[in-house]
Design a protein around this ligand. Structure first.
Ligand SMILES: *Cc1c(COP(=O)(O)O)cnc(C)c1O
Length: 335
């Protein structure tokens, strides 16, 4: 199957499987797993933070970050379609008693800081305590401008807010901008990063920040049942993700442009040119047609999620031939 549904579908590389099989391991709850320790140290260094914590998923990484920054009765400001609001089953509210204050994203994936300032609650018994601003980079494939991140960082400081980045695809952003990832993270108190998307590891994310913050996050992770034992088996793949798979993301971005170019020859599809973002290409069509297209493609070995906005996600397991084949299938569908 050629699977465009997400970059989460990537399989671990042969090198990862070998490294996993031979990984040096210990009990990570005792802090004894050398491979986990190595991955955490390496991630903290690369991301420019004091410390990092390996988690089972990006959801768990964001969850422990939110609970470490905020307490019961606190509030975080977040995008309406942000993963940390919409796609994490309300975990921060359910388990953390933290109130989200969602705000519509701007078209470029930023949150308008004026709108954010209007939602910050005054110190008053009626209100939750606004504690945290949470951004996402990339958001729906869009890279947040560095100038915006700098402004948002100052804004958070001025308003005495902590500043968290959901950086599930942060390396797609840094590779696209051609900058060191620290250029992005320097404006945040904490950031997550996902190893199991474009970076191809089978499992795992990390959350980074100051040492005390990560110590606190480690306690929440344990409470959430995320204290893993010989997790070095998983971390071994993550080490390869960070050391060898980051620059490769540029290929995905190039291939996404290629797909977009080929699709723009198809009249029935709204020209996708303007909607290429890093490793994602979006096309619009009505939902009934999208369902028919998804069915049709599936029979020919191509997977997409039918939607009024169909998302093609490019990743390590999709080649240029796969892209050409898919476009020919879409062309014959419309014929
Ligand atoms: C994928 C993703 C996450 C984490 O998801 P998991 O499936 O829990 O690893 C977090 N934020 C964003 C923006 C994501 O795309």
């Amino acid at each position: 199957m050629i699977d465009f549904r997400s970059d989460t579908v990537t399989k671990p590389t042969d090198k990862m499987r070998k490294a996993m099989a031979g990984a040096d391991v210990g009990d990570d709850v005792y802090g004894d797993d050398p491979t986990v320790n190595r991955l955490e140290k390496m991630t903290a260094e690369i991301m420019g933070f004091e410390s990092a914590l390996f988690t089972s998923s990006g959801t768990q990484a964001n969850f422990v970050a939110l609970l470490s920054h905020c307490s019961r009765g606190d509030e975080y400001i977040v995008g309406q379609d942000a993963h940390t609001y919409r796609y994490e089953a309300g975990g921060a509210a359910v388990f953390g008693s933290i109130q989200p204050q969602p705000i519509e994203f701007e078209i470029d994936g930023t949150l308008d800081l004026l709108k954010v300032s209007q939602k910050i609650k005054p110190d008053d018994i009626h209100f939750a305590r606004t504690r945290l601003l949470c951004l996402e980079n990339t958001h729906a494939g869009k890279v947040l401008p560095l100038s915006y991140l700098e402004k948002a960082g100052h804004f958070a400081d001025e308003h005495n807010l902590k500043h968290h980045l959901d950086g599930a695809r942060i390396f797609n952003a840094s590779v696209q901008l051609g900058v060191d990832v620290k250029e992005i993270t320097q404006h945040f108190d904490s950031s997550t990063v996902c190893l199991s998307k474009g970076l191809c590891a089978p499992v795992g994310s990390l959350v980074c920040g100051k040492k005390e913050f990560v110590d606190e996050a480690r306690k929440w992770r344990k409470m959430a049942g995320g204290g893993m034992r010989q997790a070095g088996i998983l971390a071994a793949a993550g080490v390869i993700s960070l050391s060898e798979m980051v620059e490769r993301l540029g290929e995905d971005h190039k291939n996404a442009l290629y797909l977009s170019d080929l699709l723009s020859d198809i009249e029935e599809i709204m020209p996708p040119k303007k909607t290429v973002y890093t490793n994602m290409v979006f096309i619009n069509m009505d939902i009934e047609k999208a369902m028919l297209l998804a069915d049709n493609l599936k029979r020919q070995g191509v997977l997409i999620t039918p939607d009024s906005e169909i998302r093609f996600v490019i990743h390590n397991d999709i080649s240029l031939d796969d892209i050409r084949y898919t476009v020919s299938c879409i062309k014959s569908f419309f014929k």
